[in-house]
Design a protein around this ligand. Structure first.
Ligand SMILES: [Zn+2]
Length: 397
């Protein structure tokens, strides 16, 4: 006869039934003594009993249910009546802990809808199981992140992501050492950013560096929260601004729509077969060549090996940008002058948002998978749980 190996040592299997749609395994707790949750007294006096149907992991793709025989005990000491408790099933749950864990892990990396279809469990059930496990996990993860903060200097990174079309922003705080998301907050103004920093960073004095773009409210909030930290304007954001300035120049010249990609790419990444085309373009359009030169020269600036060289190259670049006939480059030059110190700080403490940019892609994927997340709290929980970077490395190794 078919026999299921349950591997739930607290239970004794009393009976098994096989149906075309599922298995039903009757179980009973081996221990016949319970500790009273009210006073701690041990008792064996059974008051009454009932059965609970609990879903467990499937066997050979067929759902398995436990029919749990649940005794209610009467405490001899305080007279209270209480139900026996189980290691493998939490109270008021209709699923074993390992089934909940399984569903949670299945949903990570995909959608609730997928898992609902795959295992033929109601959407609302998968949703409920997923988020109840997720909130427990989030608490554990929070504890890990806080523990890590205790024993090392911290480099933070702040960035924003557009959660919805029409520019509704969420500010994301990362631990840049780990590449882990520490938390998110709605909006990207001074108040919300300061709140995010104060809530998530428990030792402000441990924060040595913060990598950030050129969004002024971020800088104000960082200076207030961590007056002694160094602020580094993220390299990639600055390069992007310069690249966009070149794109503005391109747009003013008719017929160059198809050339956008080859122009914005860094020169050494342009494929051999496209180089000829690029060179021809630059020879034909003199003003475009000037803009292109400014873009590539700016990339050389970031390759400087020391602060002094970088400082000198930036000065020269700014002079050339101002001398150019392009208003888009004048604008970038102005922005760069405003943030000169924080941009140059990169050459003293070379941190970038490189790793967090990768995480940004991941966040966007999470958003896409879940059709925009009407419930932002859930969205943040998923981001927090899926974008953990190297958080658990020291536990794993
Ligand atoms: Zn009692």
């Amino acid at each position: 006869m078919f026999s299921v190996l349950l591997e739930l040592p607290e239970f004794e299997v009393v009976n098994q039934e096989i149906f075309s749609t599922h298995y039903l395994v009757h179980v009973e707790k081996k221990m016949d003594e319970e500790r009273c949750p009210h006073c701690g007294f041990h008792t064996r006096i059974v008051h009454d009993s009932r059965t609970r149907k609990i879903r467990d992991l499937s066997v050979l793709n067929k759902p398995l249910f436990l029919l749990v025989y649940v005794k209610r005990y009467r405490c001899q000491n305080c007279e209270e009546v209480f139900s026996s408790s189980f290691e493998s099933v939490a109270s008021h749950q209709r699923y074993t802990n390992r089934f909940r864990q399984f569903i949670y892990e299945q949903v990570l990396g995909t959608t609730i809808q997928d898992i609902s279809r795959k295992y033929q469990i109601a959407y609302s059930t998968v949703e409920r199981i997923f988020y109840s496990v997720a909130y427990e996990k989030a608490k554990d993860h929070q504890a890990v992140i806080q523990e890590i903060q205790d024993d090392q200097d911290i480099t933070l990174s702040l960035d924003e992501i557009a959660v919805r079309k029409g520019h509704k922003y969420e500010t994301v705080l990362y631990n840049a050492n780990l590449g882990a998301v520490m938390g998110m907050h709605k909006n990207r103004d001074f108040d919300s950013t300061f709140k995010l920093l104060s809530l998530k960073v428990i030792h402000p004095d441990k924060v040595k560096n913060v990598v950030v773009d050129m969004w002024d409210p971020f800088h104000k909030a960082i200076r207030k929260a961590f007056p002694n930290a160094q602020i580094i304007v993220d390299k990639y954001h600055v390069v992007q601004k310069v690249t966009q300035a070149l794109d503005q120049v391109r747009k003013k010249i008719p017929g160059l729509k198809k050339s956008r990609f080859v122009l914005l790419k860094s020169y050494e990444n342009v494929k051999e077969k496209d180089r000829e085309k690029l060179n021809e373009l630059l020879e034909t359009h003199e003003s475009l060549a000037y803009g292109y030169f400014l873009k590539e020269l700016f990339r050389d600036f970031y390759k400087s090996h020391d602060y002094e060289t970088a400082n000198q190259l930036l000065k020269e670049w700014l002079h050339l940008a101002w001398s150019s006939p392009f208003s888009s480059f004048h604008e970038v030059a102005k922005t760069i002058e405003n943030w000169r110190i924080q941009i140059l700080q990169y050459f003293k403490t070379p941190f970038t948002n490189g790793r967090t940019e990768g995480t940004n892609h991941k966040i966007k994927n999470i958003k896409r998978r879940a059709y925009g997340y009407r419930n932002l709290h859930r969205f943040r929980t998923r981001v927090f749980l899926e974008c953990t970077g190297k958080t658990y490395e020291k536990w794993v190794s």
